[in-house]
Design a protein around this ligand. Sequence first.
Ligand SMILES: Cc1cc2nc3c(=O)[nH]c(=O)nc-3n(C[C@H](O)[C@H](O)[C@H](O)COP(=O)(O)OP(=O)(O)OC[C@H]3O[C@@H](n4cnc5c(N)ncnc54)[C@H](O)[C@@H]3O)c2cc1C
Length: 275
Amino acid sequence: MIPSSFTYKRASSAEEACDLAAEYGEDAKYLAGGHSLLPLMKLRLAAPEMLIDLGGLRDLSYLTDQGSHIAIGALTRHHDVQHSDLLAREVPLLAHAAGQVGDPQIRHRGTIGGSIAHGDPASDLPAVLLALDATLVARGTDGTREIPIGEFFQGLFETALEPDELLTEIRVPKPPAGGRGWSFQKFTQRAIDWAIVGVAVQGGHVALVNMAGTPLRATAVEAALAGGASPAEAAAHAAEGSSAVSDIRATREYREHLARVLTSRALTETASRAA
Ligand SMILES: Cc1cc2nc3c(=O)[nH]c(=O)nc-3n(C[C@H](O)[C@H](O)[C@H](O)COP(=O)(O)OP(=O)(O)OC[C@H]3O[C@@H](n4cnc5c(N)ncnc54)[C@H](O)[C@@H]3O)c2cc1C
């Protein structure tokens, strides 16, 4: 439970963080809330030689109304996302889901940017942001670029970020006023656990937690809904296109069953909210 030795630097600006990451390349890791990275380091599943602490970048913690979308700084903590009045009004799905991450201690440390950059398909917020069609903003030594969330998750713990790139902002489009409803369903063994399976729905968009190596849009469900299927009929397609694994907590077949059941519940709740 003791990490291998590493060098620690605390960045005082996003520019300095990117410069340090460019200098050390694959040997460097950014440290945000530390609630995913530090456990991996203690288990020696990650052994960065250089830790670049982002904790001093207070200017990357914010939630602002940009008219058509909400801009969220990558270092905004889950607790602040959960309790944002702006999100409660404009994107309640995201505020609600942030409140389902771990326990209060984790939500006070973990950041929305860390949750996305980590690329864990069992995390809640990546699937939620996929259902919301978010856009991610990354800053590197060569400048800034926007990445549609559908192109961001590339494999298990793999994202589109280059080693020197820092995720700086998440842009969440506002669902239409009056919306078409939303829901987040998460099935866990214990209250603070990661989801065995989860489902996020915003209007006609449906995304799954832990049903593949990346968060996944349930496109067969979305197509059925667009064709006029009922929640129960559409939910029957929830496992199509997935590649869930069997592990100590659930078999693949059980995960597929959960995906159908949770999607049915989520679509029913979405419809009742829309009404
Ligand atoms: C006991 C426990 C229970 C948990 N339960 C849940 C749960 O139920 N649901 C859930 O979704 N999560 C859960 N988590 C994970 C938690 O949400 C983490 O906070 C989150 O996954 C990572 O955020 P972080 O800020 O701690 O990132 P860190 O651990 O600091 O970093 C994670 C990875 O992202 C990279 N990174 C961080 N920030 C950036 C950035 N701005 N730009 C580029 N790369 C960056 C780091 O280099 C690292 O590789 C749990 C964690 C613990 C310890």
